[in-house]
Design a protein around this ligand. Structure first.
Ligand SMILES: Cc1cc2nc3c(=O)[nH]c(=O)nc-3n(C[C@H](O)[C@H](O)[C@H](O)COP(=O)(O)OP(=O)(O)OC[C@H]3O[C@@H](n4cnc5c(N)ncnc54)[C@H](O)[C@@H]3O)c2cc1C
Length: 390
């Protein structure tokens, strides 16, 4: 990739180089094999954990590296830019933020050092339900308080990595919707120890998807959660989850930028070497222009994502920038993916080029963790002041 992509002023150059070095041990062949078998990249996640990258955002007092969001973003961006896939573990970076910001000192001391060291995986985030979809406040999973525990009944869908995580951050209703003033009230967040709950009210069923994502459906049938595992105050959970969403969007935006860089680099290299009609295909403007446009759009998204991270780190309200960065970066990676597969002609569809795998992986970010339409609605309503549409 050209020097312009990696700005000389990049404060995270050393981190990026170290991530690249680690990722070089996990080449395309490694991911292809897992993709075919639908297996979890345990060796990759272990290496990322042991190197300390996954605990970048955990403060030093709890055993982490205590870095800022832009450093975590650089780590995930670089993972994607090397052709690896951080989706197997990226949630740990932002899920842990809810425990850090809203958990008690006792909870933080109990869990965060083990998450930082890799003894515990906190990678599952149970929010989405089959019937509520994007309308989170209408979720139905209910946690009823009984003495020193909560009894949970309901179902989640798309709970990624649940089979490979020890802990799950769960959003459930604790006061019926008809008994609260605001529909976002009465929801609570729990830290569920899935090691204890599996087979005792918790059932996890994998969902096969177009990419290897380890996502699942999760069923709760009178699952017991100790009351001490409630995060923060009962009924305030929606607010806690929302406060973590800007970080999530900024991190995912950087992953998409990493993907876009990988696609553009891969396509450019191929366009230079593939000769048809006696000249490299990259000499044709019909091949050049989609790549040049994808590059320009990736750079624009990159600027927005960097701005969002800077506002976040300065403690400002980065909601608009975090949302726009996520949308622009997901669009940029999608565009670059299309240009890359087109540049490769038939070979774009062959497994061994990794293009089709990355193409499938990056497509997700048009929908998750928030779909493009919902970001546009956010911008229309909260930035432009237009009437709420739903
Ligand atoms: C592979 C994968 C992994 C995931 N991992 C997790 C996870 O770990 N944890 C978790 O909690 N969730 C997870 N999700 C869920 C993800 O966040 C949701 O799929 C996403 O938020 C969209 O919700 P939905 O699928 O229910 O779509 P719906 O809400 O049913 O929406 C369907 C379509 O309608 C559009 N739409 C809906 N309402 C409106 C509106 N008012 N205006 C305009 N358009 C609208 C949406 O944009 C979307 O395109 C994952 C999803 C996938 C596919």
């Amino acid at each position: 990739m050209t020097a312009a992509v990696h700005s000389a002023a990049d404060p995270h150059r050393e981190i990026r180089d170290a991530v690249r070095k680690l990722c070089a041990n996990f080449p395309g062949e490694y991911w292809r094999k897992l993709d075919r078998a639908g297996e979890y990249p345990t060796a990759f996640v272990t290496a990322l954990t042991e190197s300390g990258f996954l605990s970048a955002l955990i403060p030093e007092a709890y055993g982490g590296a205590g870095l800022g969001l832009s450093a975590a973003a650089a780590i995930l961006e670089e993972v994607q830019a090397t052709g690896c896939n951080g989706a197997a573990c990226h949630a740990q970076m932002y899920v842990m933020g809810t425990v850090l910001r809203h958990g008690s000192e006792e909870q933080k001391r109990k869990y965060l050092p083990d998450v930082a060291s890799g003894r515990l995986r906190l990678q599952a985030f149970g929010v989405t339900e089959p019937t509520s979809g994007t309308d989170t406040s209408s979720l139905k999973t209910f946690a009823r308080r009984e003495g020193d525990k909560y009894v949970v009944n309901g179902q989640k869908i798309w709970t990624s990595r649940a089979e490979h995580s020890d802990l799950m951050l769960l959003l459930a209703r604790t006061t019926p919707r008809e008994n609260v003033k605001k529909r976002t009230d009465g929801l609570s967040v729990f830290l569920v120890d899935m090691r204890k709950a599996r087979g005792a009210g918790l059932e996890i069923r994998p969902i096969r998807t177009m990419m290897n994502h380890g996502t699942t459906e999760v069923f709760f049938d009178n699952m017991h959660v100790p009351a001490e595992n409630l995060i923060g105050e009962e009924g305030q959970g929606f607010r806690y989850i929302l406060s973590g969403m800007n970080a999530e969007r900024i991190l995912i935006a950087h992953e998409c930028i990493g993907d876009a860089k990988w696609f553009i680099e891969k396509a450019t290299a191929y366009a230079k070497e593939r000769v048809v009609f006696g000249r490299p295909i990259g000499q044709n403007q019909g091949v050049q222009f989609p790549l040049a446009r994808a590059y320009a759009n990736m750079r624009a998204a990159e600027l927005m994502a960097r701005e969002a991270a800077a506002i976040y780190e300065a403690g400002g309200n980065c909601g608009p920038e975090a949302n726009m960065a996520k949308m622009l970066a997901a669009d940029a990676s999608n565009e670059a993916a299309n240009a890359c597969i087109q540049t490769h002609g038939g070979f774009g569809f062959a497994e061994e080029y990794d293009v089709e795998r990355k193409f499938r992986e990056t497509r997700l970010y048009q929908v998750a963790p928030i779909s493009t339409n919902l970001i546009l609605s956010y911008v229309a309503e909260h930035v432009l002041g237009l009437p709420r549409s739903y």
